[in-house]
Design a binder for this molecule. Structure first.
Ligand code: GDP
Length: 434
């Protein structure tokens, strides 16, 4: 997907614009305890064109010098985006900082669109012409709070998309290796891809920095590891910030079928591991937990079991994820990663016939009584699979409000017991039967 980044000095309204553009999508994200909701990266859509949107103001650290902050924002936009939106505000007129950001953006060959926010009324809309002097073309007036001008801005953005973004081949399985810094992601990718690794030399600022690495597994299956550039890159100060690495992870998650969450056996589980895991779960992707550096801890016969127990405690909502213990250093069990990716991919794309599902419902009804809420009992009539990846089931009932969370979980467990859904989340949607 094309990537659009919003840059601009503080208080011009970047996050308001971000939320305005992605609004319809956020509404369907349900809250889960322990998952950060502080978004700076999300998918958006305009007239059938899907794209990823980044609020660079939400990524860079807030306690640094303003000068460093805007420089980092501009650098992130130049590296990550296909189209950059420089946001200024008509209320405060033009400031030095606006000019400095514009200057930083001159060195990119990517399209830059100038949007003037807080143009809430007609008089203000005539003031926007001052911003021509930034040298970035025609300023587009918008009001992120009122929602005016957003459509025109989105038209411009969509028009500026590059025409030849790299496409996934039909029979290719894409997966990503995500995790906090130093867990061993790049070591794993290097070992997996070996000599076949594609070295890509991008001229700074011309193409997006996201690079995928294709490789062929032992059995001839085709894979694509998503965003290996993000994994290998090192150096810039902002790249060490947690928000930046979470943003990279979110981008990678959006573009993969299966996500491998790498943990470090030598350090155990940290808070940041959980943030990343939460996003992968919310996105509905297949997930494999890879415990790396398994060569390091002193082990006895129960070490593996103990670690599994800790993982199940810390990531309760990921109890469906297979766990693989590997060492990128010795190469131990690394070959299990593509094998498991293929398995999970198959599981998340499988379809179960309605007749089979209804046999399962019948059996389930004999195991556990349906919930009885305020004297009213849930009746389950029919279940059908409406989509794959993730497998999604609509259950027709007498009253969706009676479909208690615990009963939904029971149905999910029944599905898992009867079919191989390892590695994939399962969605249940209760519907009232008409
Ligand atoms: P990344 O930031 O997640 O890409 O992590 P790197 O791949 O750069 O690895 C971080 C450090 O951990 C490096 O010093 C690696 O050599 C080391 N490392 C990675 N995998 C293993 C492993 O399986 N065992 C041991 N002992 N060290 C590892």
């Amino acid at each position: 997907l094309p990537v659009v980044a919003i840059v601009g000095r503080p208080n011009v309204g970047k996050s308001t614009l971000f939320n305005r553009i992605i609004n319809h999508r956020l509404a369907i994200v349900e809250d889960k305890p322990g998952v950060t909701r502080d978004r700076n990266y999300a998918q958006a859509e305009w007239l059938g064109h899907k794209f990823d949107l980044i609020d660079t103001g939400g990524i860079t650290w807030q306690n640094g010098k303003l000068e460093d902050e805007i420089r980092a924002q501009a650098e992130i936009a130049i590296k990550e985006a296909d189209v950059i939106v420089l946001l200024v505000s008509v209320v405060n007129h033009m400031t030095d900082l606006d000019e400095r950001i514009a200057h930083l953006l001159y060195r990119t060959k990517k399209p830059v669109i100038l949007a003037v926010n807080k143009a809430d009324n007609p008089e203000q809309r005539t003031d926007i012409y001052d911003f021509y002097s930034l040298g970035l073309g025609e300023p587009i007036p918008v009001s992120s709070v009122h929602g005016t001008g957003i459509g025109d801005l989105l038209d411009k953005i969509v028009d500026a998309f590059p025409k030849d973004l790299d496409k996934k081949e039909e029979d290719e399985i894409s997966f990503s290796i995500i995790g906090r810094p130093n867990v061993g992601k790049s070591s794993i990718v290097n070992k997996l891809v070996g000599e076949k690794r594609v070295i890509v030399n991008n001229e700074e600022g011309t193409t997006r920095d996201a690079v995928d690495t294709p490789f062929v597994g032992e059995d001839g299956s085709k894979f694509r590891i998503v965003d290996t550039a993000g994994i290998r890159r090192r150096g810039r100060v902002y790249e060490k910030t947690e928000k930046y690495s979470v943003m990279r992870a979110m981008a990678a998650i959006e573009h993969s079928d299966v996500v491998c969450l790498v943990l470090d056996a030598s350090t155990g589980i940290r808070e940041q591991d959980k943030h990343v895991a939460g996003y992968a779960h919310d996105a509905g992707r297949g997930i494999i937990i890879v415990v790396n550096k398994w060569d390091l801890p002193k082990k006895n016969s129960s070490s593996g079991k103990d670690f599994v127990q800790i993982i199940h405690q810390e990531f309760q909502y990921l109890n469906y994820a297979p766990i693989i213990f590997v060492s990128a250093k010795t190469g131990q069990r690394l070959d299990q990663i593509p094998k498991m990716v293929k398995k999970v991919y198959k599981n998340q794309n499988q379809r179960i016939k309605s007749s089979t599902l209804n046999d399962l419902l019948l059996d389930a009804s004999k195991l556990v009584p349906t919930p009885l809420i305020k004297g009213k009992r849930l009746r389950v009539y029919y279940m059908t699979q409406v989509s794959t990846n993730p497998p999604t089931f609509v259950v027709f009932v007498n009253d969706p409000d009676l479909m208690h969370f615990s009963y939904q979980r029971f149905l999910v467990n029944q599905l898992r017991d009867n079919f191989d859904f390892r590695g994939t989340p399962i969605k249940i949607i209760p519907r009232k039967r008409k």
